[in-house]
Design a protein. Structure first.
Lengths: 78, 337
């Protein structure tokens, strides 16, 4: 399954890119994807990161080909 | 005359202008977001603006905090801002608060206004605004920036989602513009988004950014609108328990030292660390076996009085020989925030 992954805030720096296309055979659900990505990039405070699938925040999502996933960390500058 | 160009708009008109004149907004934080927001709202003729900030103008503010000039460095931001805004539009009532928003004053201050604009730069105050606005039934307009990226949303608007619905888990790492750097244009743009959302809410027209998070990266030209769902359990928790305290600004100076905190569990500042054993004085005897005897332990409370009682009790009755009292109280073992 091919997914488009987008990283925001400091996550883009940790991952070293703003977005990437990934071919992931083993992943079915958003929870599985999160585990995989958090493992790969070792994001700090990963429990605070919100993940949107096709611009919607829904943790129980099943993923499908072509989905766009956005990893959103909280930040507070002003 | 003054408002002719905006009254000419179909969705404003004389009635809309009257609504603006009758409106009141509290702007919390007069920095990179608060300055542009306050400027445009003053220009538009919002009747009453509260300006809250405890800080003074520094030379490093000037590239983005457009109300201040070189001659203002060292002066209080709210005083300078009020003078500049008054010169722009003397019809606007400006109320200045040279203070921090705290758990004690937040609800009362917010209750005086129709809505809040968040110009703050830390999680602690954002969650505080979120809780206080929920409890006072006020809408607030949120924005945050990180490097070239900004977020904006309207929370608690007509029973819509709150900030806690978006980010229920509190991040501990506060990254401010002082640390990461920012160009002036980004907070400038987001402060204006906030002012625009305020105007739409006042007029009761257009599509308000409620239930949605706007994200833009100006350097990458990324633009995203995320749907936020309401989390009723997050809202219920605040409604039932009131404002929830933040602890993450408090860190220990010495992370390797073992401490015993004998304050009640709710006492502020709250502080989380695996090196702190928390046993309120009243429970000390019942839980004495939890306290190690072969490692130095520093006992603290708010001021040093209860911790001294705890030390004497443990030494005299339970023969501890490894205890030290933090005689100056908790503040002396914390890092400056």
């Amino acid at each position: 399954m091919r997914l488009k992954l987008k990283y925001f805030g400091k996550l883009a720096e940790t991952a070293g890119l703003h977005e990437e296309d990934k071919d992931l055979e083993s992943v079915q659900t958003l929870a599985e994807l999160k585990t995989l990505i958090f493992e790969e990039y070792q994001f700090d405070e990963s429990e605070t990161i919100q993940v949107a699938v096709n611009q919607q925040l829904d943790e129980n999502k099943t993923l499908k080909e072509g989905d766009e996933i956005a990893f959103l960390p909280p930040f507070a500058g002003g | 005359m003054r408002y002719d160009r905006q009254i000419a708009l179909d969705d404003i008109g004389v009635t809309g202008q009257e609504k603006l004149r009758n409106a009141s907004i509290l702007i919390i934080g007069m920095g990179g977001l608060g300055c542009p927001a306050a400027t445009y709202l003053t220009g538009a003729g919002v009747g009453r603006l509260g300006l809250l900030d405890h800080d003074s103008v520094s030379i490093t503010n000037l590239h983005r905090q457009i109300l201040y000039s070189e001659a203002d460095t060292g002066k209080k931001k709210v005083t300078v801002a009020a003078d500049k805004l008054k010169a722009l539009n003397s019809e606007v009532n400006l109320e200045v608060y040279d203070k921090k928003l705290t758990n004690d004053n937040a609800r009362e201050l917010i209750s005086r206004y129709d809505m809040v604009i968040d110009g703050t730069d830390n999680f602690e105050t954002k969650y505080l605004i979120d809780d206080a606005c929920l409890l006072e039934e006020k809408t607030w307009i949120y924005a945050s920036v990180y490097k070239h990226e900004g977020q904006c949303s309207v929370f608690n608007y007509k029973n819509g989602p709150t900030y806690r619905c978006l980010f229920p888990k509190i991040a501990r790492e506060n990254i401010t513009c002082e640390v990461t750097g920012t160009l002036g244009m980004l907070p400038g743009i987001f402060g204006m988004y906030q002012a625009m959302e305020a105007v739409k809410i006042i007029l009761g027209t257009g599509t308000v950014l409620s239930g949605k998070l706007k994200i833009q990266n100006l350097m990458q030209n990324q633009d995203l609108l995320i749907e936020i769902t309401k989390k009723p359990e997050e809202i219920a928790r605040i409604v039932e328990n009131g404002i929830q305290s933040m602890a993450f600004n408090c860190t220990l100076k010495d992370e390797h030292q073992l401490y015993l905190d004998v304050r009640e569990l709710h006492e502020e500042p709250l502080i989380e660390s695996k090196n702190i054993l928390k046993i309120p004085l009243q429970q000390l005897e019942a839980r004495v076996q939890e306290i190690p005897k072969h490692q130095e332990i520093q006992i603290f409370c708010q001021s040093g009085i209860r911790s001294l009682r705890a030390k004497e009790l443990l030494e005299n009755k339970y023969k501890f020989g490894n205890l030290k009292n933090v005689s100056g109280g908790i503040q002396t073992i914390l890092n400056e925030s």
